[in-house]
Design a protein around this ligand. Sequence first.
Ligand code: AGP
Length: 608
Amino acid sequence: MCGILCYLGKRQALPILLEGLRKLEYRGYDSSGLALAENGEIFCQKAVGKIQALENSLAGVQWKGSTGIAHTRWATHGKPSEANAHPHTDCREKIFVIHNGIIENFQSLKKTLLERGHQFRSETDSEVLAHLIEEHYQGDLAEAVRDALGLVEGTYGIGVLSAENPQEIVVARKGSPLILGIGEGEIFAASDVSALVSHTKEVIYLQDDDVAVIHPGGYELSNLNSDSILRQTQKVDWDVAAAEKQGFSHFMLKEIYEQPEAVENAMRGRLIEEEGISKLGGLNGVQDEFLEMERLIIISMGTSYYAALLGRYIIETCTDIAVEVDLASEFRYRKLNMKEGTTVLAISQSGETADTLAAVQEAKRKGALVLGLVNVVGSSIARETDAGVYNHAGPEIGVASTKAFISQLTILYLMTLALARHQRMSLSEGQAFIAGLKLIPDKIRRILESASKIEAIAGRYHGYKNFFYLGRKFNYPIALEGALKLKEISYIHAEGYAAGEMKHGPIALIDENFPSVCLAPRDSAYEKMVSNIQEVKARNGPVLAIGTEGDTELQKICDDFIEVPATDEILQPLLMVVPLQLLAYYIARENGCEIDQPRNLAKSVTVE
Ligand code: AGP
């Protein structure tokens, strides 16, 4: 979604802002803009489309100021246009505002402002902020920002620059991430660490209602009531290279190839083989409640939701805990009794997904123990949950989640092991579980070695307009994830189904132009999957099967076959998903799609 970067220091702001905007591109956007201050004047430029368009529009601009704000916009209110791009300005064009989030009461605020004579130039909710600040401005920019924010309902991460206070930038957050980067004689503010990590690793994660005034001497932190506050500086633990492509043609491909390490990193230091158990340090403070829970509700969205679905299968298989899974966006509509013994687990790569954050808050209100499984350190969900586990997958830049998914699954296996060993799993079963898990990274490496075969298959399938992805039991969530990967990056219509559901309706669609990707490893659901494949074949539907290495019988009944190494059936999803990611990637590449930043999508969805 929208991205924010502010800079105040000794260097020229323009190149720093442009470079930072490029780092924010992966979040998804459709226009961009910036404002620079120099000698009491402000220069503002915006463009629709890629950052390159903004850069082109700046050709010949000699603006040397060392203070500026910049923004990438993902349209919510009003189409992508220069007028709707940020920064937005007040009537006098003195105050410039960039905003992430949504001002929910903007209609009524705008009406009042129009009645008071303000003139609006855009269709956005964000523009009201510039006019509200103008209304309250009496020389102190931070004061005017606080007064304006006091009237606002909704979420925001903002950066404000004023021609009348060119030596400062005011930033504030509520419900939208904002991070201060503390450099040598320079301060950054960004919605995402990736925009500033090449300049500094010292950061402060601002919290809701924080206001920071950035000036040449440093920064001052306060809340909306002007009370001074202190926030700890933290060190970002990933390096710049992690956010670069390192020779891969796309971030998504690089991240697919990083999956063996993602699994290893998720397990590192968390397995005790002699005892056949896992230890998740982030749950230390709530260990008893975690191990004794009777009911678990897992909430999440998108790919993280499919991880949750698999979590249900594996936890229920190995323990007596009743597991429910809910799309976080629907969780609030249920009248749930969070009786004692209920734990809620929120899964989110970004830790900023608005739907999941709102569901976390609702679960906390109802008194549940709320845990997080989050990749981005210091993110809102990581902070708002009672305790949690980090993925340690490193930054995931491709909009389509791959390595974060596999590391979410890995941690769900570790949680399952901890819970199962506390209940009925024996020592030897626990040790066998660990032994199976430890072999997974190398088995993923073997699948990656067969990428060229998958690439060739993609060459035969890229022209189809519709796909089914079919799976059963542990591989049903993986079928859903495989279909999501394909539709996200190739825009091809793909539906994931429990294979058993096919003959209850969807099979009507099958003909020679409607292929099915069938997940059929040699597991306890194998025979039934084979029957479902026969049903598709009987209606002339092309079948691409993903099965166990050496399964010549399966190979004979399908049109194309991708083999994956054998493992315990419960662990099989960790392997099955990899060819599906590669298949989606190569089909999208064959079709010339923008893989890392698919149309209409954003990396972290910070609006509900
Ligand atoms: C995954 O490929 C998607 N881009 C999307 O479904 C994503 O998983 C979803 O928006 C949830 O994001 P989160 O894990 O950051 O909460």
